[in-house]
Every structure is written in C-alpha cells, then in structure tokens.
Ligand binder design. Structure first.
Ligand code: ADP
Ligand code: MG
Length: 482
C-alpha cells in the first residue's frame, strides 16, 4: 500500500520587544542569570500582569500577514503544569479565544505551490530555563527568559513532505523578519518548531495517528526529524503494527526520534481564563492603523520583480530573501531605472564583497544611490564594466562617490568617435599585412584590430564603439579600393 505523510507544525516565535509580555523587565538575550526579573516574572503573591501593547500589535501584524481573522474579543488563559522554571505553576497563554484564526500562507517548493492553512496564532509567555549541571549534580534555574513574549503559530495538517515543512518554516521566518517582529533565529531559540507527523493510505480522507516531534532547532533538522519519523511510522504500518500517539524527542547527533512521553490532553492543563487579565477588546480602527503601517511583504515584492521587472524567479528569490536586500535593490532602481543591471550588481559584485568581508548589507558604507549612479555611468557608456568593478571596490571600502573615484583615477571611458577613428587608422597603418587580409575577408583579424585599439587607448576605449567604427572604416576602405 502507498502511504502519504500528513504534517502540521506548531511554531513558537519569540517577539523582539524591549520588555516582557506582562511586565517591564528586559528581554535582552545573554544577560547574567536572573538579572532580568521582577515580582511578576517570579509570580510573587500580589504581583499583577499588565499586557505589553507591542506584543498585541505584533500578533495582529503577523495575523494580517498570514491572512487571518483578528478576533475582536480575545482572552488570556492559564495553562497549568508544574516545572521548576515556571514559578507561578501556570503559563499565561490563550486557549479557545486566540488573537488570530483561519489564516493561510502560500509556500513554494521546486515548481509546486501549496497553500497551508493557519489554524490559529496566540500570544503567550515563555518559561525560564533549567540548567542541569552534572559536575555539581545540581539543577539551576534562570528566569531571564520567563515572561519573554511568544507567538504560537499553529498550522493545519496541510503539509505533505519534509521539504514543504522547511519551506513553510522559512516563509514564516521571512515574514516575521520583514515585519520586524522577530529575528527568527532558530539556533538562538527565537524560532522553535514542533512537528506533528502521521501517515495515511493514499486516497484515504481520515488522518492516521500522529506523533509530535520536539527539540528541533535548525531548518536542516526539521527535514531530518520528519524524514526519520515518516520512515519509522512507515515500517510500523507495513509490519501491521500501530503508531502510538506520543511526544518524541529528536536527537540531532543520531538523527533519530525517541519516545519522550505519552501525548497529554488539553484537559490535563486545566485551562481557564486568567482572572488577573481582563478580556482584550481589539477595535477595528486599531487593526486598520496597523495594516497601513505594514511593509510590503515578500510575496508581493517577488511578483513585482518577476512580472514588472522581468527578473528570473531565482534572482527574485535571492533579492526578496531579506527585507534589507529588497529595500537596497529598490533604492538602486529608483536612481538607475535599470532593474536587471541593479539585480546583477547586487547579487554578484555586492554579495561577493559582503561575503568576503563578512558584512551585513545594513552595515556597509556604499549607499544604494551611489550604486545606482555607478550603473547609470555604465549605461551611459561613460564607464566600461571592467572599470566599474574597479570603482565599485573602492566605493565599497571607502563609501566615496563613484564620480570622485573616476576623476581621481582618470578612468573615463573613451567614447569620442573622432579619437577612436584616429586610433583605428593608426592601427591600420602600423599593420599593413594584417589589414590586407582583413579587407580580403579574414574575419578573425577583426578581433586583432579591436585588441590593438584597446591597447593603444590603455583599455579606456568603449569596446562597443570600437567595434562599430572599426567595421564602418573597413567597409569604407573596401569600397575605396574596389
Ligand atoms: P495539540 O495542541 O494537542 O498539540 P492540536 O490539535 O492543536 O494538538 O494540533 C497541533 C498540530 O498538530 C497542528 O499543527 C495540527 O495541524 C497537527 N495535527 C493534528 N492532527 C494531525 C495528524 N493526524 N497528523 C499530522 N498532524 C496533525
Ligand atoms: Mg502540541
């Protein structure tokens, strides 16, 4: 029998607010343990949570970007469980009245596009961190992360392969970064993902029993964990055994998943509305104001690059990968009005230098206006491509204007017709034997004369002009002699 994999992801996105979700302690990563704490973080009796308005705004923006309905009335709920890094004994989350519902996102893998439903997005607080130290045989708790805001984004079980799962995750991360609501760094834990995986016979509508995979902390591991789990379930089913519904832990060193605990039911969490936090009412005008503030999203940019600017899908993908890239690109195009040229210069020359110097595009000295002017200088035949590369390297390291560098190095391209013709005539006079053969139709001598002229001009002559004028002069002489 042929089986199909069914996958749904639960993604936790850490929001890049300055303060925590229900108090004013800092969210900065990497501080000394237990320095970003306060009575609310500790859950001390009498300490009351106050929602951070930025968290709500970020949740609404993510919801709008994922085509969700924003719930006008939503509520915080307590999710109870015991763990040393959760001092209150409950996590403040949202349960049956989450802020966003019924969304969707389009993802692309290879040539196929799939729409993945977004079940819900809710806001919640992160827990602290337990550190188990084998040397002292003790466990320590750091509460700096407790109360850091998270969005949990739950997908419908619409994903059908490991590569689609990773494409989905990358698309979420890209949108979050465009919106500026999270850095989406998986290695640092600001993007975490649990994958739910099941199999069903092809054509069957009913879902099979699923397992939930935890501890996946890179895009590569998402694919590996799912591939392993699909293979494991497949061999169970083929042997007539059953998949047990459970939570499994992915081990990145072995690439395997192993059983961690049987799957808990939501009733076990004893959810109830948090009496410390009144229901949250979101007015339409607020949603409108946020929508108006949102930047253009990657998909819209991508379509514009392909449809209007006629760039390849590959280049469009590269240029829209980060908001900083597309912003830079659009600013270059604004100046030079040459999207193909801008795309080439950014994806080849600029990215090569960024890579070589280990720099981020946000930190470079050369401005998009300067690169735009450089491209215009090429388009106006003032610079050759080779000269422009030389100028650009200086621009990149110094931030200086292209015009100034050209002036200083005497790099102007020679485009004056009369001067070029002079050089051609000299080349003819100096090489009478070659000229005879050339005029007799020996085409490879065309290249020879172009080379002579380029050499005589010190590489400054515009090759296109040299070609044109050389052909015209040769034709003239042929006619003269016949
Ligand atoms: P819980 O909160 O207990 O983890 P949910 O019903 O909220 O369970 O589902 C969580 C995730 O599991 C969702 O992303 C959903 O799409 C996915 N999911 C549900 N059923 C299946 C299934 N049979 N196979 C694969 N994924 C599933
Ligand atoms: Mg779950």
């Amino acid at each position: 029998m042929d089986y199909e994999s069914v996958i749904g992801l639960e993604v936790h996105l850490q929001l890049s607010t300055e303060s925590k979700i229900f108090c004013s302690s800092s969210t900065t990563f990497g501080a000394d343990p237990n320095t970003h704490i306060d009575p609310v973080t500790f859950g001390l009796p009498g300490a009351l949570p106050v929602p951070n308005v930025k968290v709500i705004e970020f949740a609404i923006m993510m919801g709008l970007a994922l085509n969700c309905d924003i719930r006008k009335l939503n509520r915080f709920a307590r999710k109870h469980y015991f763990y040393p890094d959760l001092p209150k004994g409950y996590q403040i989350s949202q349960f049956d009245e989450p802020i966003c519902e019924h969304g969707s996102i389009r993802i692309q893998t290879g040539d196929s596009t799939r729409t993945v439903g977004i079940t819900r997005i809710h806001m919640e607080e992160d827990a602290g961190k337990s550190i188990h130290d084998p040397k002292t045989a003790s466990s320590l708790v750091d509460l700096n992360r407790a109360g850091v805001p998270l969005l949990e984004i739950v997908s419908e079980p619409d994903i059908r392969s490991a590569s689609e799962a990773s494409a989905y995750l990358k698309a979420l991360r890209q949108i979050a970064r465009y919106l500026g609501i999270s850095d989406g760094n998986m290695e640092e834990g600001s993007l975490r993902c649990d994958a739910n995986v099941s199999l069903r016979p092809k054509g069957e509508l009913k879902f099979g029993t699923r397992t939930e995979l935890k501890n996946i902390n890179s895009f590569k591991f998402v694919e590996r964990a799912i591939e392993y789990e699909v293979a494991r379930q497949l061999s169970l089913l083929k042997n007539g055994e059953e998949v047990v519904q459970e939570t499994r832990l992915f081990d990145s060193t072995t690439g395997a998943t192993k059983s961690m605990r049987s799957k808990e039911e939501s009733a076990e969490y004893r959810y109830f509305p948090d009496p410390d936090l009144p229901p949250l009412v979101i007015e339409e005008s607020w949603i409108h104001a946020l929508r108006a503030k949102m930047p253009k999203l990657p998909e819209e940019h991508f379509n514009e690059l392909v449809d209007t600017f006629e760039l390849s899908e590959y280049d469009a993908g590269v240029l829209t990968a980060e908001k900083s890239f597309i912003d830079f690109f659009m600013a270059v195009v604004e100046v030079c009005r040459n999207p193909k040229g801008a795309a080439n210069w950014i994806t080849s020359e600029l990215f090569a230098l960024l890579h070589k110097e280990g720099l981020e595009i946000e930190r470079i000295q050369v401005t998009p206006e300067q690169l735009g002017r450089l491209i215009s200088l090429i388009d106006e035949d003032i610079l050759s491509g080779r000269m422009a590369k030389e100028v650009f390297e200086v621009m990149f390291t110094s931030g200086r204007d292209p015009e100034e560098i050209i002036e200083e190095r005497g790099l102007k391209q020679l485009t004056d017709d009369t001067t070029i013709l002079e050089l051609i005539r000299t080349a003819f006079d100096e090489n009478p034997e070659q000229l005879k053969q050339y005029l007799a139709g020996e085409q490879k001598l065309h290249g020879f004369f172009v080379g002579q002229v380029m050499k005589a001009s010190g590489g400054a002559a515009n090759p296109k002009k040299v070609n044109e004028i050389l052909r015209a002069e040769a034709t003239r002489r042929e006619n003269e002699s016949s």
